[in-house]
Design a protein around this ligand. Structure first.
Ligand SMILES: [Zn+2]
Length: 274
C-alpha cells in the first residue's frame, strides 16, 4: 500500500495564532491532502485540499468569496488533485473513494471532481449538517454549496464500519477497508465529526491527525495555542484531550502528521526527490 501527500495550497498565519508563545511572523502553512493506493480498495483520496471551487469558482456564494478573500490561499497548481493523479497514471474516474475527514472547505472543496467516488465520512456529522440551515452551517465552518448534490447517496458512513479497540497507547477506530490497514480515529475538538487516519501496519505506524493541531511542535513542546485559535474550535474542551491522545501515540513510537504543518515529511510529494 502506497501513501502519498500533496500540498494543494499555501496559506499564511501568524505563528502566535498556532503556537503558544509564538511570534507575529507569518508562517507559510501547507494544505495537505493524500492519496492511498490500496491493494483491494484501489486509489482512495484523503480529502481534496483547496481547489478552485473554494477560491476562484465563479458561482461561489458571498460567504465563500469572503472566506477566500480573508484567507487568500495560494493554490499550488502542480499538486492539485488532477496533476497528482496524473503522476500515478490515474484519472478522476479511477478514484473509488474520497475519505472526507471533516467538512471544512480546505478538505472537501474538490469533491465534485470525482464522479465515481463514494464518500467515506462521518454520517453522524452529515446528519447534523443536513439538519442545519446554510447560515447555521457557516458558523461551523461548513459551506453547504461544496457538497455535491448527490453526496448523501454516495455517503459510506463510518457508523457501518467494524471497530478496532484501542491498546497500549494506540487509539482504536473504524476499520475502513476491512483489513485493518486504515482506521478512522475520532479527533474531537476542531470540527464536528473530525477523524484522522491511522495506518497501524507501517514500519513506523502513522496517525494522520488532520487539523487536531497546526504544528507538530505545538504537540511535542506542549505549546498548543490558546485564544483566539481555540475560539474557532467546534468543541474547545475536547482539544486538549485529543492532543493528549496524540502525545500518547507518539510515545509508543508512532508518527503524527498534520494537514497544515509546513515541515516536509517523508510522505510529501515534494520530498520524494521528484
Ligand atoms: Zn479544518
Amino acid at each position: 500500500m502506497k501513501i502519498v501527500f500533496a500540498n494543494s495550497a499555501w496559506v499564511g498565519a501568524a505563528e502566535r495564532l498556532i503556537l503558544r508563545g509564538g511570534s507575529w511572523r507569518t508562517v507559510r502553512l501547507r494544505v495537505r491532502y493524500g492519496l492511498i493506493l490500496h491493494p483491494q480498495a484501489g486509489p482512495v483520496l484523503i480529502d481534496t485540499g483547496y481547489t478552485p471551487h473554494a477560491t476562484t469558482g465563479p458561482n461561489r456564494s458571498a460567504a465563500l468569496r469572503l472566506y477566500g478573500a480573508v484567507l487568500r490561499p495560494a493554490l499550488n497548481a502542480a499538486e492539485q488533485p488532477l496533476p497528482l493523479l496524473a503522476r500515478f497514471g490515474l484519472i478522476p474516474r479511477d478514484i473509488s473513494a474520497v475519505i472526507v475527514t471533516h467538512f471544512h472547505a480546505d478538505h472537501m472543496s474538490g469533491l465534485s471532481l470525482f464522479p465515481e467516488a463514494r464518500f467515506i465520512a462521518s454520517d453522524a456529522a452529515w446528519s447534523r449538517a443536513k439538519a442545519r440551515t446554510s447560515w447555521q452551517n457557516l458558523r461551523h465552518g461548513v459551506f453547504s454549496e461544496l457538497f455535491p448534490a448527490d453526496f448523501e447517496s454516495r455517503l459510506d458512513g463510518l457508523s457501518s464500519k467494524p471497530q478496532i479497540a484501542p491498546h497500549d497507547g494506540v487509539p482504536g477506530g473504524a476499520d475502513l477497508f476491512g483489513d485493518g490497514s486504515v482506521m478512522a480515529v475520532d479527533l474531537p475538538g476542531h470540527a464536528d465529526g473530525q477523524f484522522g487516519l491511522l495506518f497501524p501496519n507501517l514500519e513506523r505506524p502513522l496517525l494522520y491527525a488532520v487539523d487536531a493541531q497546526w504544528l507538530l511542535t505545538a504537540l511535542t513542546e506542549n505549546r498548543t495555542p490558546g485564544l483566539p485559535a481555540t475560539l474557532l474550535a467546534e468543541d474547545t474542551a475536547a482539544l486538549e484531550p485529543t492532543s493528549e491522545m496524540l502525545r500518547r501515540f507518539l510515545a509508543t513510537g508512532g508518527e503524527v502528521m498534520f494537514c497544515h504543518d509546513p515541515e516536509p515529511t517523508s510522505y510529501d510529494l515534494d520530498s520524494e526527490g521528484g
